[in-house]
Design a binder for this molecule. Structure first.
Ligand code: 4GO
Length: 249
């Protein structure tokens, strides 16, 4: 997949794309990342990309033309046409399902705003969807775009080693992740749950599912709303509740 990013901070976005799993996906040729600076698409001597808002008020608004020309240049640089995403608090809240759908596209174009945001006419004309990471405000779209880039990049087939399998992720099954432990078995901070040392793979699978269900129920009950639990899941969740009352958690 190819991801184009329109940003006033291309070096920052390239650095985000260069590290970890996403950097490796690029090195493996599974992901291509290109950046486009709207400042390179200005025609005035000051290379202006922002202006004061009509109607008054604080802050600046990003001009239409440098963004429109940067998007057009990015579009023309490759085929097929990219889905254009603008990151803002006004967007649809991002979920792992949504990430998986975006990751399956051949191309994405991420538009990063700064200041108070982008002229609404550019959004109406050039943006296919507006996405928010959550109900909080950033000073620029870059950190949100970097998060989306990471979430989408790591789902490219071959990006994760089998040991990091995406099937095991939080939310992959609509639940929070179970707790994880590594060496040593005994530590002043506590012991590793015995079942994980038992070698009994069926028991380990059941324990992990029980923890995932229990933690989701405790921390994010909204994720269980409208979900039909299997007989096994219901039994495991009841067991978790009993253990909780008995002071085992
Ligand atoms: C995205 C962008 C928050 C998010 C942003 C978010 N703040 N919650 N700020 O995903 C336009 C100018 C939006 C700054 C940008």
């Amino acid at each position: 997949m190819r991801i184009d990013i329109v940003t006033l901070f291309p070096e920052f976005m390239q650095q985000c794309a260069a590290v970890g799993v996403v950097g490796r996906a690029q090195a493996r040729g599974l992901l291509e990342v290109a950046t486009w600076n709207p400042r390179d698409f200005t025609s005035d001597p000051y290379r202006r990309v922002d202006e004061r808002p009509y109607g008054g008020g604080p802050g600046m608004v990003m001009l239409i033309d440098p963004l429109r020309d940067a998007i057009a240049a990015a579009r023309a640089a490759a085929q097929p046409p990219a889905r254009v995403v603008y990151l803002s608090p006004q967007g649809t809240r991002l979920t792992q399902d949504h990430v998986a759908r975006l990751a399956a596209l051949p191309r994405l174009l991420l538009l990063c705003g700064r200041y108070e945001g982008v002229d609404e006419r550019l959004l109406a004309h050039a943006v296919d969807e507006e996405i928010s990471l959550g109900d909080f405000v950033l000073s620029g779209g870059e950190l949100a775009a970097a998060a989306l880039l990471d979430a989408v990049g790591r789902l490219q087939p071959g990006a994760l080693n089998s040991l990091e399998s995406a099937a095991q992720d939080s939310f992959a099954a609509g639940l929070l992740d179970c707790p994880h432990y590594t060496r040593p078995e005994r530590h002043v901070l506590g012991e590793v749950p015995a079942v994980l040392l038992s070698g009994d793979h069926a028991a380990i699978r059941r324990w992990r599912l029980k923890q995932a269900l229990g933690r989701t129920w405790q921390r994010r009950p909204d994720l269980l709303q409208g979900r039909v639990l299997s007989a096994e899941e219901r039994a495991l969740l009841e067991e978790y509740g009993r253990e909780l009352r008995d002071g085992l958690h």
